[in-house]
Design a protein around this ligand. Structure first.
Ligand SMILES: [Zn+2]
Ligand SMILES: [Zn+2]
Length: 288
C-alpha cells in the first residue's frame, strides 16, 4: 500500500477530496476522482462518480471515467501514479453507457492514444466513430490481462441499463459494481475520502435507500430479497474481499457492511417513489 489519507477530521473537511486522492484501497487498486456536491435535508450531500485504476505488472486498466467535470482531476491522479512507477494505461473498462460512468470516455481515449476500451461497447461508436477500432466487446468471464492480475467481466446483479457488466480484479478480489452499492455521504460529517467502515456516522441503510429511491426506480417493483440473495451468491462465488462502487464509499469489510446496504435496498422497495425533482411551486403558477 502506498499511502493513507490523514486521519484528522478537521484537516479532512478543509482539504478537498480531489487533493487527498489517489487512495490505494487494495494493493495496486487506486481510488481516484472527486465528490459531486448536492443539497439534501439541509446538508451538503455528496455523491461519488468514482474511477479506479487497477495496476498490473505490465498494464493498468481504468475502471469508469468519472463525471465529465472530473476529467482534469482524474488525469492528474493517473499521471501522479504513472510518475510513481505504476504500469501505463492500456485499458479502459466502463460498466455502462451512463454519463457518471463513461462521461470522460472520449477524453481518456484522446489523451491515452494506446488505450483500448473494453466492456459492452454498444453505441459508443456513434458518439466517437474515430475510436471505433479501439473498442472491444466483453461478455461474462472475459478477462483483460494486466500482468499478474486481470480484470474480468462478471454478472451485474444490480444495474441501471441492460448493457451493464461489473468488473472484478482477480488478484485482490475487488468487485467494481457500477451502480450496485450506491449511496451518498455527508461532507460536514467528514465522510469524503473514507471507506464505508471508517465513516461510522454514516447511516448506510438510510443513504442506500435514498439513492435507490432517487436513481434506481425499478427497485420499487422488484422483490429485492431475490436480488440481495443473488448478490450474496456472487460475492461468495468470487470470494470478494473489497467492493469499489462508483457512487458509494468503498467497502473493505464485506461481511459487516454488505448487509447494511442490502437493508437499504429492501427498505427503498417498500416506500412509494418520491421522484427525482423537488416539487417547487413556481411563482405565478396556477394552483391546482
Ligand atoms: Zn450510476
Ligand atoms: Zn464528499
Amino acid at each position: 500500500m502506498l499511502d493513507k489519507p490523514k486521519s484528522n477530521t478537521t484537516n479532512m473537511l478543509d482539504t478537498p477530496v480531489a487533493q487527498r486522492m489517489p487512495r490505494e484501497i487494495a494493493p495496486g487498486v487506486f481510488w481516484i476522482g472527486d465528490c459531486l456536491a448536492q443539497r439534501h435535508k439541509g446538508k451538503s450531500y455528496h455523491g461519488y462518480n468514482a474511477a479506479f485504476l487497477v495496476a498490473g505488472k505490465t498494464a493498468s486498466c481504468l475502471v469508469e471515467t468519472g463525471h465529465p467535470k472530473d476529467f482534469p482531476v482524474i488525469e492528474q491522479h493517473m499521471n501522479e501514479l504513472f510518475a510513481r512507477g505504476v504500469a501505463p494505461l492500456k485499458y479502459l473498462f466502463v460498466t455502462h453507457q451512463e454519463t457518471p460512468h463513461c462521461g470522460g470516455l472520449g477524453r481518456v481515449l484522446k489523451t491515452f492514444p494506446d488505450a483500448l476500451l473494453y466492456g459492452d461497447v454498444s453505441d459508443y461508436h456513434l458518439a466517437f466513430p474515430q475510436y471505433e477500432h479501439r473498442m472491444r466487446w466483453m461478455k461474462e468471464g472475459d478477462e483483460i490481462d494486466l500482468g499478474g492480475r486481470s480484470l474480468m467481466a462478471v454478472e451485474p446483479v444490480i444495474r441501471d441499463l441492460r448493457t451493464t457488466w461489473w468488473g472484478f480484479d482477480t488478484k485482490e478480489r475487488v468487485l467494481f459494481p457500477g451502480d450496485g452499492f450506491a449511496y451518498s455521504h455527508y461532507h460536514e460529517d467528514g465522510h469524503c475520502g473514507l471507506v464505508a467502515e471508517e465513516a461510522v456516522s454514516l447511516d448506510l441503510p438510510d443513504v442506500s435507500s435514498t439513492f435507490a429511491d432517487l436513481a434506481l426506480f425499478w427497485t420499487k417493483f422488484a422483490d429485492m430479497n431475490v436480488y440481495c440473495d443473488r448478490l450474496d451468491h456472487l460475492i461468495e462465488r468470487l470470494d470478494v474481499k473489497v467492493i469499489a462502487p462508483t457512487h458509494g464509499l468503498p467497502i473493505t469489510d464485506v461481511k459487516a457492511t454488505v448487509p447494511k446496504v442490502q437493508e437499504g435496498l429492501k427498505l427503498a422497495a417498500l416506500m412509494p417513489e418520491s421522484g427525482t425533482n423537488e416539487k417547487v411551486v413556481q411563482p405565478g403558477a396556477a394552483a391546482s
